[in-house]
Write a protein that binds this ligand. Structure first.
Ligand SMILES: NC(=O)c1ccc[n+]([C@@H]2O[C@H](COP(=O)([O-])OP(=O)(O)OC[C@H]3O[C@@H](n4cnc5c(N)ncnc54)[C@H](OP(=O)(O)O)[C@@H]3O)[C@@H](O)[C@H]2O)c1
Length: 309
């Protein structure tokens, strides 16, 4: 059976997803559709609508509602959609109810969130009889993101502008740790009591020419982010994230690492690290089949079997 897919969002990710889907004979994909073609995408009544536009639940919620109303399953790349109950439980509840009525599935997905700090972590706990705490660290090359994503991550700012951007909420670093931690906690039957996040910029000591922009000496070229989720007053999920537009210039190599503290202790390393662009496009393209056969409602990546080509 051919699966019809419509991709909304004509940026880097939307184009990447189309590139993967176009090679699949069992999939009839259209798009990526830009803002002006919103109705063609969301009103397509395709088996699966993929929304790859922004990071924020409040911005994608109307798009999800419209696609669900037309009977489509929906996959969303927005980081906040990976666990929508963390930022807007009432929105999550109403869309979950709408999806159940329509008999379709909604899921937030990508590489991160969607895999590196959640689905993969849940799988990694499998060989442990007990889990006391989890540490995940990721060093990632962010040089190939577009200017919107780079700006929101915190790249290309003077020290003063960086502080201003942080205070105004324009610079967010990586969005999604709260969601990933909640996905993992829910899968392991735990409840996070509190979370803490801090972020330190790394300023360029040389110019960096990127596809989307030039980062000048003295401007932010990367950052180190540390998020911790607490259970019982103790760190339960420790997430370390090092992002840079030129990892080698600061002596770093892209890599992913997961440590499960428990019985026994488990340690996993992935080198070179998971690619944020091709990895996200593949994760979403590889989720089309699993979303089509999933039970109705708003699900997380931990509710479904692993994504596969
Ligand atoms: N979960 C994950 O692992 C993962 C992975 C990759 C990306 N993402 C997220 O997915 C989003 C897309 O990523 P990207 O790399 O493709 O970004 P991008 O290159 O900046 O492209 C985003 C595209 O969506 C459009 N857009 C932005 N806001 C929109 C809105 N409210 N309604 C309709 N269209 C809108 C933009 O149009 P304009 O140019 O007109 O603004 C642009 O064409 C980003 O928020 C990114 O953080 C998540």
């Amino acid at each position: 059976m051919t699966i019809r897919v419509a991709v909304y969002g004509a940026g880097q990710l939307g184009n990447g997803i189309m590139g993967v889907l176009a090679e699949r004979p069992e999939i009839d994909a259209s798009g990526p559709f830009g803002r002006r073609e919103r109705v063609r995408a969301l009103g397509s009544a395709a088996d699966v609508v993929i929304v790859a536009t922004t990071s924020f639940l409040c911005e994608v919620a109307p798009d999800i509602r419209d696609a669900v109303a037309c009977g489509s399953n929906v996959i969303v790349s927005a980081e906040e959609a990976a666990y929508p109950w963390a930022v807007a439980p009432e929105v999550a509840k109403s869309i979950d109810e709408q999806a159940r009525v329509q008999g379709v599935t909604v899921m937030g997905c990508g590489l991160n969130p969607g895999f590196a700090f959640d689905a993969l972590v849940v799988t990694a706990t499998g060989p442990a009889a007990t889990v006391r705490s989890i540490q995940v660290s990721r060093t990632v090359d962010i040089s190939r993101f577009g200017v919107t994503v780079l700006g929101r991550l915190g790249i290309g700012y003077s020290p003063t502008k960086f502080d201003e951007g942080l205070q105004k909420g324009l610079i967010r670093g990586h969005i999604g740790f709260l969601q990933s931690m909640r996905v993992v906690a829910a899968a392991l039957g735990c409840t996070l009591e509190d979370t803490r996040s801090d972020m330190t910029p790394v300023f360029a000591e040389q110019d960096h020419e990127l596809e989307a922009m030039t980062v000048r000496v003295g401007e932010s070229a990367g950052f180190e982010q540390h998020d911790v989720g607490f259970i019982g007053g103790r760190p339960w999920f420790d997430a370390q994230f090092v992002a840079h537009v030129a990892c080698a210039s600061v002596g770093k190599t892209p890599r992913d690492e997961i440590t499960i503290e428990g019985e026994p202790q488990l340690h996993f390393e992935i080198e070179p690290g998971l690619n944020p662009q091709s990895g996200s496009a593949a994760m979403i393209a590889n989720s089309v089949q699993r979303v089509v056969v999933a039970q109705p409602g708003w699900l997380t990546v931990a509710d479904l079997p692993p994504a596969r080509p």
